[in-house]
Ligand binder design. Structure first.
Ligand code: ADP
Length: 618
């Protein structure tokens, strides 16, 4: 026997599971049965596709046995694919899943929060240590000669030694602890299987001792019996009519390995030219890896109930990666490789159908404002990704967008905006920037507030990119308030005399600001503030330029903003006569306009100095 240590993260995870998932300890059985079912899926696939396995006499099943009494135990065995020595070490001694690693890095140390987090993504095999103080995993890989036994107390590490086993598969024995001994019981096990694993596609057999008593209450006959305890029918193949909400939720939890409920789902069975079944769920919460490049696909592909892959990110378009569920079709070949799948006409049709169905479900969901807002807060970013990735569905996706706005605390749609537009309003207005608070207080909005025109607040950094791909909605142009021309439609004309008398000032300001700005103009949009920053009609905003740089495009040239000044403002008036502090005030007009848009100043020290100088001179 050789003792090996767990990878540090495994130790951490084990501690967390043991402490925070206590109230849900019963899920260990669901997790172990689900692993057994995956192992059977894998071997079934080999027996159907690989010559070396075709002659195998394969009667897939999962077996449960228990012993109560002094040393209670529970055994879960399967005759599936099994694990080699290396797989036992790697799969059970390290954390391979990127989501788990990511999760561990997010742990806050606050037990309550962490346990909510962990509920979102499942713990798999390690949940066994909630109910057992010693776990033995004996396994023989299909096609291999040797069998191996892995044992651990879930504390520091594990041992691996040679084992004996005829058939391939895995046998997991839990030596139940105080918290787990209740599970060495026929009714408990039956209930748990019914609750969590009824839909597993393979028979789950439970062995128990049946005792008959005579009239005096003495044991008359004891008999060992084995009974199938699950339905054993692939869940998604069952008819919609016979399935209840609880059934759908239970299946969702079994595929998401979590305790969260799904928000909604679509269950479609297509028959005729093309036969396929879709069961696709919209979760309540985004999984922690959703915005990482190495996210895990949430969709499993089956061919006629034979599991093919859960690792193909192209089954649905990338923006739909929040969806979890199953695609099953009897029209695909069993031997589909990823390359074939991508070009496969049938798969393309199924995919297109899946997108349409989910979109239409989202449309229905969007009629329930509160519920949809929850969805949008979690997954809105993906809808936005879809708008610039998925041209075919852009219109449907645009309807699903929601925005913050100057005139409501709730999120609104473009349709809502249109519905409450002023009669004479020509365009849909929006403002972009990083921070909702500074957006709401931006001087750029003064004109719109005065004229009672609603402006959409786009404070997500991706907003600026996606909004440029929605130039129009229902014939109305979308216009950025951050641009120089946007005030033309609404602003009052500048008094000719004022324009004339301000000319020398504009000239002086241009000189004082030099390379910092593209132009200096009189503003038609300001009422309270002395100045603001806008971009020329086709230039990217300062924030956008920052995003592009942070995405690695370091070499993009700096495109300068236009400074607009309010000729009626006191400070600007002062500039006309005060020649001593002219340069300081000129720069301050520019710098405060930047600050109000939430843009960082290049020379903060200089800014502070200028401020102080101005405050001290009377
Ligand atoms: P997950 O199942 O989510 O990958 P687990 O911690 O439950 O995570 O299991 C880790 C890995 O161990 C599995 O991915 C699988 O490769 C392997 N494994 C677990 N149980 C079995 C089993 N009964 N038969 C074969 N392999 C198994």
């Amino acid at each position: 026997m050789s003792k090996q240590s767990f990878q540090t993260e495994v130790g951490q995870l084990l501690q967390l599971i043991i402490h925070s998932l206590y109230s849900h300890k019963e899920i260990f059985l669901r997790e172990l049965v689900s692993n057994a079912s995956d192992a059977l899926d894998k071997l079934r696939y080999l027996t159907l596709t690989k010559d070396a396995f075709k002659s195998l006499d394969f009667d897939p099943k999962i077996q449960l046995e228990f012993h109560d009494g002094e040393n209670p135990s529970l055994t879960i065995s399967d005759n599936g694919i099994g694990m080699s020595k290396k797989e036992l070490t790697d799969n059970l001694g390290t954390i391979a899943r990127s989501g788990t690693k990511n999760f561990l890095s997010k742990m806050s140390g606050d037990a309550k929060k962490d346990s909510q987090l962990i509920g979102q993504f499942g713990v798999g095999f390690y949940s066994a240590f909630m109910v057992a103080d010693q776990v033995e995993v004996s396994s023989k890989k299909a096609g291999a000669k040797e069998a191996w036994t892995w044992t651990s107390d879930g504390q520091s590490g594990f041992d691996i030694s040679k084992g004996v086993q005829k058939e391939s598969g895995t046998r997991i024995t839990l030596h139940l602890n105080e918290n787990g001994k209740e599970f060495a019981n026929r009714w408990q096990i039956e209930n748990l299987v019914k609750k969590y694993s009824d839909h597993i596609d393979f028979p789950i057999m439970l062995t128990y001792t049946d005792v008959e008593y005579d009239k005096e209450g003495k044991e008359k006959k004891t008999e060992i019996k084995t009974e199938q305890v699950n339905h054993a029918k692939a869940f998604w193949t069952r008819s919609k009519n016979e399935l209840k909400t609880e059934d759908y939720q239970a299946f969702y939890q079994s595929i998401s390995h979590g305790s969260d409920e799904a928000m909604d789902w679509v269950h479609v069975k297509a028959e005729g030219n093309l036969e396929f079944t879709l069961l696709l769920y919209i979760p309540q919460k985004a999984s922690p890896d959703l915005f990482r490049v190495d996210y895990q696909s949430g969709v499993k592909l089956y061919v006629n109930r034979v599991f093919i892959t859960d690792d193909d990110k192209d089954l649905l378009p990338p923006w739909m990666r929040f969806v979890k569920g199953v695609i099953d079709s009897s029209d695909l070949p069993l031997n589909v490789s990823r390359e074939i799948l991508q070009q496969n006409r049938i798969m393309t049709k199924i995919k297109s159908n899946a997108v349409k169905k989910v979109l239409s479900q989202l449309k229905t969901l969007s009629k329930d404002g509160d519920k949809y807002n929850v969805f949008f807060k979690e997954f809105g970013r993906l809808i936005k990704e879809g708008i610039y990735q998925d041209f075919e569905h852009k219109d449907a996706l645009t309807e699903l967008l929601r925005f913050k706005s100057t005139q409501s605390d709730d999120l609104i749609s473009l349709k809502d905006y249109l519905g409450r537009m002023n009669d004479d309003q020509k365009s849909i207005y929006y403002i972009t920037g990083q921070n909702q608070v500074s957006l709401k207080n931006s001087p750029l909005l003064e004109l719109y507030t005065k004229k009672n025109v609603e402006v959409l607040l786009l404070d997500d950094e991706i907003d600026e990119i996606i909004i440029s791909s929605v130039p129009k909605y229902d014939d109305k142009e979308l216009k950025s308030v951050n641009r120089s021309g946007s005030a033309d439609e609404l602003g009052d004309d500048i008094d000719k005399d004022l324009e004339k008398s301000s000319k020398p000032l504009i000239k002086k300001l241009k000189k004082a600001l030099g390379e910092k700005v593209k132009d200096v103009k009189l503003s038609t949009r300001l009422s309270d503030s002395p100045s603001c920053i806008v971009m020329d009609e086709n230039d990217p905003t300062v924030q956008m330029q920052e995003i592009l740089r942070s995405m690695g495009q370091a070499d993009i040239p700096t495109i300068k903003p236009i400074l607009e000044i309010n000729p009626k403002h006191e400070l600007v008036e002062k500039l006309k006569s005060d020649t001593n502090s002219f340069d300081d005030i000129a720069l301050l007009l520019y710098e405060q306009a930047l600050l109000q848009e939430g843009i960082k100043l290049e020379d903060t020290a200089g800014f502070v100095k200028r401020m102080n100088r101005l405050i001290s001179t009377k």
